[in-house]
Ligand binder design. Sequence first.
Ligand code: PHE
Ligand code: NA
Length: 434
Amino acid sequence: MVERETWATRLGFILAAIGSAVGLGNIWRFPFQTASSGGSAFLAVYLLAVVVIGIPTILAEFVIGRRSHLDAINAFRRLGRPKWWFVGAIGVVGSFWTLSYYSVVGGWVIRYVVGSLNGNALTAPGDYFGAVSAGPEAVAFHAAFMLVTVVIVAFGIERGIELATKFMVPSIVVLLLGLAVFAATLPGSGQGYEFLLAFDASAIADNAAQVIPAAVGQALFSLSLGFSVMITYASYIGKDDNLVTDGLTIAVANTFVGVLAGLVVLPLLATQTGDPGSGGPGAVFVAIPTALANLPAGRAIGVVFFLVVLIAALSSSISLLEAVTSYIVDRGYSRMPTAAGLGGIVFLLGVPSAWDTAWLGWFDGISVSLFLPIAVLLVVLFVGWVMGRDAADELRQGMSTEGIAPVWLWALRTFVLVAVVGVVALNLYDLFTV
Ligand code: PHE
Ligand code: NA
């Protein structure tokens, strides 16, 4: 048997996990979701969800991965009763499913880098988005994005994912910081910040049954939870990592980039219509170019902005593909053809989403309100009640702060579980009452 791969360094693992977490969720989904569901009130629920559910769950996924040193499906088989393999399978299928449309949006982003460069994206933004987001061209760029994803994953953990994210993550942070400074100089930027800062509790109170699951879903999606990705990444690390510090670092970095993206996107959007909340998923792709068209250095800013989005999307898509690839590779197949074959299947699954954004919305809905919360619920249940003390023992490895492990286990067994059950219930309620 071939020896299983590992990360070359602890920092390599952390950067890869941050790369997975930071993605379209932060730059494309987070700003307009925040603005359209109560600004800082949504932000408050989101942050609460990161701390109360997100951090305990990311540690749960780390524990499953590192204890088993196996792909997500076999990890559950090894650690629990054999029948629990299906929890890993739900995550792996979720990854597959999510990557299919994530890559479609990634394809749009490639178009927008080029379209900003030659100016086409800025002249008639609405028409441009319409042309880019449907039909054969969208399929072609979806294929291009998948191809890059496959190539990185084909090179493996150390020489593919770790090497790539070592460059990608610092680039994202540096470029976004630059853009945020630039955005601060725009006239009306204050109005943009207000959407983040204006605390509108009524926006939540009036629609609690939708806003709360949406904010929790956004928090979990943003941390790459529920799709077996963090399980898979943690299966490549050694015993001496302090999982608690790693998990906190990743959660803080992810939230920081989310807020930073808001500080770039919201002032830009505020330069025009004044309401960044309207427009939904297409908002960033239409409103940002519209705003850029009126700025002196608009095209250059557009190239940098969409390049950041592209890098962030790629460092996430490779993690989604790795979660699936790892399962096949652990069964003894070689990595390169596996990555290529899986990439091809994911590509086909994404064709409807590329053809018509209505499909994309449907795929995204199933992913974030069905697969994700159910998988997270099962992970919490598994680690809290099936692994139990073993899980606490695993968390203690490589950790100096002994006291956290039992508190964490108790949290998983009680309020985290209750909160996730509530979110699943609300999601199912929303899904079947519209
Ligand atoms: N966290 C990524 C984002 O915010 C999306 C993602 C979810 C990636 C799940 C991998 C697994 O865009
Ligand atoms: Na994210």
